[in-house]
Design a protein around this ligand. Structure first.
Ligand SMILES: Cc1cc2nc3c(=O)[nH]c(=O)nc-3n(C[C@H](O)[C@H](O)[C@H](O)COP(=O)(O)OP(=O)(O)OC[C@H]3O[C@@H](n4cnc5c(N)ncnc54)[C@H](O)[C@@H]3O)c2cc1C
Length: 428
């Protein structure tokens, strides 16, 4: 029966970064990554729209994001890995309500050292041709849609998007170069929970026995390991629930719709926000809708982090909903950005966030021989590097992980018992 020091379940971004740093910092340990899919990053990592930002209200999320983004720029600019990074910025359009709720959040964010720029409504109207930021009191449709006039825009500067596939390839190849092993098309069906001292009584382990996870059962046989890392994203609970380990996360469906058309051209020729002269990623003032350009395809990717009414549910193959775009997104989007009128999505897909509803920071903790790495809450790509470093530090029994750039991060802050993570206000 194969035996490893560490088995990592999941070759998504979090499994790969965890495996990479565990192997890199422990070269003598044997580390195997397994995934049910045929290649790396085919779970929700592939469904992501791969935007990045360091604008987070929680100090914890900020440290994780800021250092990961710096590392990705280091890879691209200093080491020559093309990750397709585009630093186009994130523009938060604040309506009357969101201004009241969030302006202090942005002021606090600035104090943490995040570079932001404030834009008056009038300036935004001049900069973004055709945008509508104010609705007349006669506009019945705007009233019915609960649209808010925009009060101001806040631009996060160290923000943009990247190519998730290239990022995944970097970690996969680097892990293999360190001597790490990967086995695809291998479904983990169960974590093996056994007593340290076996009496071979049916039903073991009993309450009085010391027990731990000894490995995994898969569709290709058992694999034994001293430590199992569960980085199974939205599927984490399937493996952890049966052995009584609570990952404290729930899956929630998220959808992306891709739009293209001549009417969008002006949005690819805008001065004043970024060097690429495009509309930044935009978080709309109402209805949790966001859009980001894809410069390579001259398209816009549009999504929505709908909450109330969107059930928590694991779906193996979630599908985009045509009517969600038409009624949930388009009606609002077209009012602020008439450029999208008469355009139909040319592509769409759906995936799942692994949502930590308590504070929207990741969970990284050890229990009974299992290290759980999960709860990226919609921002696992952009925090991936730091999460991997924290997971590896936990494996090594370190109190602190060193993030890229040298910042020390207390490992237990993302754990359960001594958790210290501020609630994130800016979940997108
Ligand atoms: C629509 C959408 C948009 C998003 N946009 C962004 C964004 O702009 N920026 C950002 O940073 N993040 C974004 N995210 C979130 C990001 O995609 C996730 O946080 C990240 O991919 C999570 O990585 P993961 O490794 O935890 O999960 P996954 O990538 O899902 O990896 C988990 C892996 O575990 C494997 N696995 C699960 N169970 C088993 C099993 N029993 N046996 C074997 N293998 C198993 C799966 O096959 C999968 O490959 C978005 C997500 C969605 C859905």
């Amino acid at each position: 029966m194969p035996r490893y020091d560490v088995v990592v379940v999941g070759a998504g971004i979090l499994g790969l970064t965890s495996a990479y740093y565990i192997k890199k910092w422990n070269p003598d340990k044997s580390v195997l990554v397994i995934d049910k899919f045929a290649s790396a990053g085919q779970g929700n990592t592939a469904k992501s729209e791969a935007s990045f930002r360091n604008v987070f209200s929680s100090k914890t999320n900020f440290f994780l994001a800021d250092s990961s983004v710096d590392f990705y720029f280091h890879l691209q600019n200093d080491l020559g890995y093309n990750l397709g990074l585009h630093k186009i910025g994130y523009l938060f359009l604040l309506g009357e309500t969101s201004y009241r709720k969030e302006i202090n959040v942005f002021r606090e964010v600035e104090k943490k050292g995040v570079e932001v720029e404030y834009f008056e409504k009038d300036d935004l109207e001049k900069m973004i041709p055709g945008v509508v930021l104010e609705f007349s009191s006669e506009d019945e449709e705007a009233k019915r849609l609960n649209l808010e006039n925009v009060v101001m825009g806040v631009l996060g500067k160290k923000c943009g998007y990247l190519d998730a596939d290239s990022l995944v390839k970097f970690y996969e190849e680097s892990f293999k170069k360190e001597g790490g092993l990967i086995q695809y098309k291998t479904l983990v069906t169960e974590l093996i929970l056994e007593p340290l001292e076996k009496y071979c009584i049916p039903g073991e382990p009993f309450t009085w026995q010391e027990a731990k996870i000894m490995g995994v059962k898969t569709n290709r046989g058992e694999i034994r390991a001293d430590t199992v890392v569960v980085a199974a994203g939205a599927w984490s609970n399937i493996l952890l629930d049966p052995v009584g380990i609570d990952a404290r996360v729930k899956p929630k469906k998220r959808q992306i719709f891709v739009l293209k058309g001549e009417s969008l051209e002006p949005l690819f020729n805008i001065k004043g926000f970024n060097k690429e002269r495009v509309l930044p990623f935009v978080a709309m003032p109402t209805a949790e809708i966001y859009l980001r350009p894809c410069i390579e395809e001259k398209t816009f990717w549009v999504g929505c982090t709908d909450e109330l009414g969107r059930k928590f549910e694991l779906e193996e193959d979630p599908q985009p909903e045509k009517y969600f775009y038409i009624y949930g997104i388009r009606l609002v989007l077209e009012k602020y950005f008439p450029h999208f009128r008469n355009l139909k999505p040319l592509n769409a897909w759906a995936g799942q966030y692994t949502q930590n509803s308590l504070d929207a920071n990741p969970y990284i903790f050890e229990e009974a021989g299992v290290i759980t790495v999960t709860g990226a809450s919609g921002s696992g790509i952009l925090k991936g590097d730091a999460i991997g470093r924290v997971a590896a530090a936990l494996y090594m029994g370190e109190d602190y992980a060193e993030l890229y750039g040298g910042r020390k991060f207390k490992v237990s802050d993302l754990g359960v018992d001594e958790r210290k993570a501020e609630k994130e206000e800016l979940v997108l």
